[in-house]
Ligand binder design. Sequence first.
Ligand SMILES: C[S@@+](CC[C@H](N)C(=O)[O-])C[C@H]1O[C@@H](n2cnc3c(N)ncnc32)[C@H](O)[C@@H]1O
Length: 277
Amino acid sequence: MAAPPQSQSKQYDTIAAAYSSSNLTDLPGEIITANLLRRGLGDVQDLTILDLACGSGLYSRMVIELGARTVTAVDISSEMLRIGQSIEDSAARDSDTTAAPDGTSADGRTGYRIVYHQADCSQPLDHLGLKPGSFDLVTANWLFNYASNRTELANMWRNVSRYLAPGGRFVGVGELHSLEPALNRSEWAGIRVSVAGETDDATKVHTELLSEPPVAFDSFILKCADWYRDVPLEVGMEDVAFTPPGIEEVPEHCRDVEEWREVLVVPYCLLYTATKT
Ligand SMILES: C[S@@+](CC[C@H](N)C(=O)[O-])C[C@H]1O[C@@H](n2cnc3c(N)ncnc32)[C@H](O)[C@@H]1O
């Protein structure tokens, strides 16, 4: 049987400190991922953004740096959120650049442009009190690979669709849709994936990020690759596309280096994009 989503909270509570203090963002695969996401996001100036599975806020901070107005950031792991909030707190202490008139943290403090909430994004988020249709852009980076079946994937996409304004964009990065390429990625990129189990709908995979310290976690690749495209269409999204990174994601001075080109042969991630109808 698939592990219940609640176990995702405990899983990331355990690895949160290593995840957030590691040199993860220096791994070639993660550099490419960040560049792909940045290109996909395009102009986010003054946008109101919802970040599902925000973790400790890596990409919430990225979109703020790119000019977004506010980010509502949701994750299941209290420990990932605690680290994200402490980064906000120390930034707020050091300068007033995180202050925004309408940013209010979960415990009622004002002045934060990133506001963190704890919730399971594979369940309805009604209890958070967010206004449906009120976000210009929703992002979710490495969320959908925690769906262990079609229902959980559909619930995640329902949250995306419910909170996006009509015409609003979804932009996020995520895991590949089939097992074989995921097992065969260049370790030089910084990732090693192995099979950890089977459910009716999914292969459970164990992922090791080869950072310092290393970080490891379990997630899922659904057996029916079509679900990744069909499900968002069923819940009110259109223009659903999955784009692998290209040479433009490789830092300019590395584009002739063989290892970097190898990383592109089997993608490290996909850019997921869609629009709310
Ligand atoms: C690989 S981390 C990515 C964090 C962040 N988006 C980033 O890219 O740095 C995956 C995150 O997904 C969160 N997560 C997993 N399942 C979740 C769920 N059902 N609801 C909300 N968050 C979930 C984990 O707690 C973890 O923080």
